[in-house]
Design a binder for this molecule. Structure first.
Ligand code: RTP
Ligand code: MG
Length: 139
């Protein structure tokens, strides 16, 4: 899937706010094809593993608490240059720094509760997609 796929989650804040449909609409009209999609709720162990790279950071406990408090919608997306283009579509981690029109500018509440996740490399996209989806769930 090198260069062509990325992984995303619509985070609990955006699901709670009823923004799943609008966010998926913006993703698909921006040229991404959905090749896997589901709603789940991560356990504490899931979130600790998914975000293990951040486990020394001061916000780690808060992040795990947030990501497990309600359902998420996870998806695998296909497009040329998917990882980089999707990071551009979602905008900066902190919505205050995110460009106008980006998903985080429109829907994120704060640097912690920032509506969506986007993989940061092709390698992590593959790892993260495999964490959330079996082979039979990706098309
Ligand atoms: P993501 O992994 O969710 O796509 O976000 P990102 O690359 O833009 O940001 P990253 O540095 O990987 O941080 C992962 C998530 O941790 C939460 N966070 N909280 N309170 C804080 O200062 C803080 N900093 C980061 C956010 O939910 C961020 O998306
Ligand atoms: Mg990240």
């Amino acid at each position: 899937m090198a260069g062509k796929r990325t992984f995303t989650m619509i985070k609990p804040d955006a699901v709670e706010a009823g923004n799943v449909g609008a966010i998926l609409e913006q993703i698909t009209t921006s040229g991404f094809r959905i090749v896997a999609l589901k709603m789940t709720q991560m356990t504490t162990a899931d979130a600790e593993e998914f975000y293990a790279v951040h486990n020394e950071r001061p916000f780690f406990g808060e992040l795990v608490e947030f990501m497990t408090r309600g359902p998420i919608v996870s998806a695998v997306l296909e497009k040329e240059n998917a990882v980089e283009d999707f990071r551009a579509l979602i905008g900066a981690t902190n919505p205050e720094d995110a460009a106008e029109g980006t998903i985080r500018k429109k829907y994120a509440k704060s640097v912690g509760e920032n509506a969506v996740h986007g993989s940061d490399s092709d390698e992590n996209a593959q790892i993260e997609a495999a964490f959330h989806f079996s082979g039979r769930e990706m098309f």
